[in-house]
Design a protein around this ligand. Structure first.
Ligand SMILES: Nc1ncnc2c1ncn2[C@@H]1O[C@H](COP(=O)(O)OP(=O)(O)OP(=O)(O)O)[C@@H](O)[C@H]1O
Ligand SMILES: [Mg+2]
Length: 261
C-alpha cells in the first residue's frame, strides 16, 4: 500500500492525473447533507477500534464541523489552529469515547468555504503527518461536490457514500458518484444506506444504483444513542445499526484496512 498523498485530480490548477491508492484513508461523504456521515464516521471508528485498530476521525467538514457535537466534546484546539500555525498537530488530537482519536474542526468559518492553496497545502501536510501513525484515518467530509469536499475525498483510498432511502438523497448520491468516477477515476465507491426502516429496503435501493456500486450495507435506525449524546456503538452496540456497522467494519478490514500489529 502506498501512503504518499497524490495531488487532487480534480483541481483545475493541477494536471488530471489518476490518484495513487493511499491504503488506509476512508472518506465518508454524501450527496445531500444531514444523512448520517458524522454518525457513520464516529460509529464506524468505534467499531474498528473495538476490533483492535488504531483509528483517527478527522472532521473534514472544515467550515461546518459537527463531529464535536455528536461526540459531546468541547475542543480547545481545533484543526483551524493547526492550519493557521497557532497549535501543533499533536495538541489538537483528542481521545474520543469509543476508543479512537479525533481531530476536530471549527464551525461557521467562511474561510473554508472554498479551496485556497493555503487550505490545500495545510490539509495535505496534516494528512501526511497523520496517515503513518494510524491503521485507518476516517475523513468525515461535508456533503456535495464543492471543491473542499472533492479535495478531502481525493485524499482517500476508499469512499463510503452515505445516503438515506429518500429520493432526493439518492439522486444527490448518484450525481456525486458520477462526479467522483469522472474526476477522480474512482473504480469503487461503497454505499451505505442509512436510516433504512427495514433491512431489505437497502438492497432494493442499492440495486437501483448497481451500475456504480460494488458493495452495500444497510444501517438501521437507532435514535436512543443520539438523544443521550452517546456513541451508538457504546450505548446499544447490539441494535440493528450497531450490528450493521460492525459488519461494515469487518468488510473493510477484509479488503482495505491492514491488521493491527
Ligand atoms: N442511523 C441513525 N440512527 C439514529 N440517528 C441517526 C442515524 N443516522 C443519523 N442520525 C442522526 O441524524 C442527524 C444527522 O446525522 P449526521 O449529523 O451524522 O449527518 P451528516 O450527514 O453528518 O450531516 P451534515 O451534512 O450536516 O454534516 C444527527 O442528529 C444524527 O445523530
Ligand atoms: Mg456531519
Amino acid at each position: 500500500m502506498n501512503d504518499v498523498l497524490a495531488p487532487p485530480a480534480h483541481h483545475p490548477d493541477l494536471p488530471q492525473v489518476p490518484l495513487k491508492p493511499l491504503g488506509k484513508v476512508l472518506a465518508v461523504t454524501s450527496g445531500k447533507g444531514g444523512v448520517g456521515k458524522t454518525f457513520v464516521s464516529a460509529n464506524l471508528a468505534a467499531a474498528l477500534a473495538k476490533r483492535g485498530h488504531k483509528v483517527l476521525v478527522l472532521d473534514a467538514d472544515l467550515g461546518l464541523a459537527n463531529l464535536d457535537v455528536v461526540l459531546n466534546l468541547y475542543p480547545k484546539i481545533t484543526l483551524h489552529d493547526v492550519f493557521t500555525g497557532k497549535a501543533k498537530l499533536e495538541d489538537a488530537i483528542l481521545p474520543a469515547p469509543g476508543g479512537f482519536s479525533v481531530l476536530l474542526a471549527g464551525s461557521g468559518m467562511v474561510e473554508y468555504s472554498r479551496l485556497t492553496s493555503e487550505v490545500r497545502n495545510e490539509f495535505l501536510r496534516v494528512m501526511n503527518s497523520l496517515v503513518p501513525n494510524y491503521d485507518v484515518v476516517i475523513l468525515d467530509t461535508g456533503a456535495g461536490i464543492s471543491d473542499v469536499v472533492l479535495f478531502a475525498v481525493s485524499l482517500a483510498s476508499e469512499v463510503l457514500m452515505v445516503a438515506t432511502p429518500e429520493p432526493t438523497s439518492l439522486t444527490d448520491a448518484y450525481a456525486t458518484i458520477k462526479v467522483l468516477v469522472g474526476q477522480q477515476q474512482r473504480q469503487t465507491i461503497r454505499v451505505i444506506i442509512n436510516q433504512a426502516t427495514r433491512s431489505g429496503s437497502g438492497v432494493a435501493i442499492t440495486n437501483q444504483l448497481q451500475q456504480v456500486l460494488d458493495r452495500f450495507v444497510v444501517v438501521g435506525l437507532n435514535q436512543q444513542a443520539i438523544m443521550r449524546r452517546q456513541l451508538m456503538m457504546q450505548a446499544t452496540p447490539g441494535c440493528p445499526a450497531g450490528v450493521a456497522l460492525g459488519q461494515i467494519a469487518r468488510n473493510l478490514e477484509e479488503s482495505v484496512i491492514p491488521r493491527a500489529a
